[in-house]
Design a protein around this ligand. Structure first.
Ligand SMILES: NC(=O)c1ccc[n+]([C@@H]2O[C@H](COP(=O)([O-])OP(=O)(O)OC[C@H]3O[C@@H](n4cnc5c(N)ncnc54)[C@H](O)[C@@H]3O)[C@@H](O)[C@H]2O)c1
Ligand SMILES: [Zn+2]
Ligand SMILES: [Zn+2]
Length: 365
């Protein structure tokens, strides 16, 4: 007779020990609160539960709070950036194990659908920007990450994890939508309109290609001072409405080979059309809420290229290596630190950047 082995009892997963966790919940336009929420649970075999170690706030979170993002409904836990530790994995997860330190991508991707196979992860048929938008996000003690194998990145031992929080969203955004789409070249002339975290991320990563001139344009002198410190060769305060004329004076009346729009308002997109050189590229990054004119009556003959993009985070593995090799230091973007209990203060500080001079705030969960 065959005796079957008596199954040894396994300890329940750590997440089962706790029923609730703290998380920042969107409660409708203008409203949010740190609440006790149910612990996230695995829903698909390809999911992982990650214990959030550090997260941050994005301009898009402020857009949600203004009520600009209809896909994000009240009750949603906010946040789409962060680093953490894998707490639990589904049976289909093969690339990560419990205890691994990971960067959470703002874009979830299956890696298998038609758009993912093209590297266009932002348009994954079962992913894209869903975290902290259509599903619960990272401004919490724990988060469920769908398609974990292709939506998390392993953190190398000894890495600066605070710097890597910038790899969840803003560094790939500035690089992919601004620098790559803008075809920044050695010796080229580049203008970056907007010196917020995204414009500054474009500024840092544009320098991979050694452009001759990088002109940073903003309304805020303190942000322009940061841009100068981060490697801008020239800065222009555009509040007097004369930015185009000043830029033309700086470029021998030629304009720029690449104009990166990193604000998302009509004025700045129009400025890019005024400063792009013949044969140049306008790379739009900004999220636009209202219609903007495209002056084809003037630009039709100028051989220009116009690009738009939602960040794919396809460049994240390369950016991770560049950060590790100290070719770029995104930790310079971090200006403030808070605990999760202080998350409302963190929003106040981030939301009043002109006064607080905040760029990215780190929230330790
Ligand atoms: N395409 C994508 O995938 C993607 C991803 C993330 C963020 N974004 C977008 O990128 C944009 C920038 O993000 P951020 O977090 O750096 O925003 P931010 O609001 O922190 O920074 C914007 C900067 O633009 C400056 N500015 C505002 N109006 C201006 C004007 N008229 N002229 C010149 N400068 C002006 C502000 O002073 C500020 O420094 C936003 O629209 C954001 O939603 C796009
Ligand atoms: Zn974001
Ligand atoms: Zn996909």
């Amino acid at each position: 007779m065959v005796t079957l082995p008596i199954p040894t009892p396994t300890s329940p997963p750590a997440t089962a020990k706790r029923k609730t966790m703290k998380a920042l919940v969107y409660l409708g336009p203008g409203k949010k609160a740190l609440q006790e929420c149910p612990m996230p649970e695995l829903r698909a075999t390809t999911d992982a539960i990650v214990r959030v170690v550090k997260t941050t706030i994005c301009g898009s979170d402020l857009h949600i709070l203004k009520g600009d993002v209809p896909t994000c409904v009240p009750g949603r836990i906010l946040g789409h950036e962060g680093v953490g530790t894998v707490q639990e994995i589904g049976t289909g997860v093969t690339q990560f194990k419990v205890g691994d330190r990971v960067v959470i991508s703002c874009i979830s991707s299956c890696g298998k659908c038609e758009n993912c196979r093209k590297g266009m992860y932002s348009h994954c048929s079962t992913g894209g920007w869903i975290l902290g938008n259509e599903i619960d996000g990272t401004q919490a003690e724990y988060v469920r990450i769908p398609h974990a194998d292709t939506s998390l990145y392993a953190i190398p031992a000894g890495a600066d994890e605070e710097a890597l929080v910038m790899l969840s969203d803003i560094l790939p955004t500035g690089f992919e939508c601004g620098v790559l789409n803008g075809k920044v070249q050695p010796g080229a002339t580049v203008a970056i309109v907007g010196a917020g975290p995204v414009g500054l991320a474009a500024l840092l990563t544009a320098q991979f290609y050694s452009p001759a001139q990088i002109i940073s344009i903003d309304l805020d002198d303190s942000r322009l001072a940061v841009a100068k410190r981060f490697g801008a060769t020239d800065t222009i305060n555009s509040s007097d409405g004369n930015a185009a004329a000043k830029l033309m004076a700086l470029t021998g009346d030629r304009g720029v080979d690449t104009a990166i729009e990193a604000v998302g308002v009509p004025d700045t997109f129009l400025l890019c059309q005024d400063i792009v050189a013949a044969g140049g590229t306008i790379a739009n990054i900004g999220v636009h809420g209202v219609k903007v004119d495209l002056h084809l009556e003037r630009l039709w003959s100028q051989n220009i290229t116009l690009t738009t993009r939602l960040v794919d985070t396809a460049a994240t593995p390369m950016l991770l290596k560049a950060v590790q090799a100290k070719k770029v230091d995104p930790s310079q973007l971090v200006t403030h630190h808070f605990s999760l209990a202080q998350v409302e203060d963190a929003y106040d500080t981030f939301g009043h950047a002109a006064k607080t001079q905040a760029l990215k705030v780190i929230i330790e969960a």
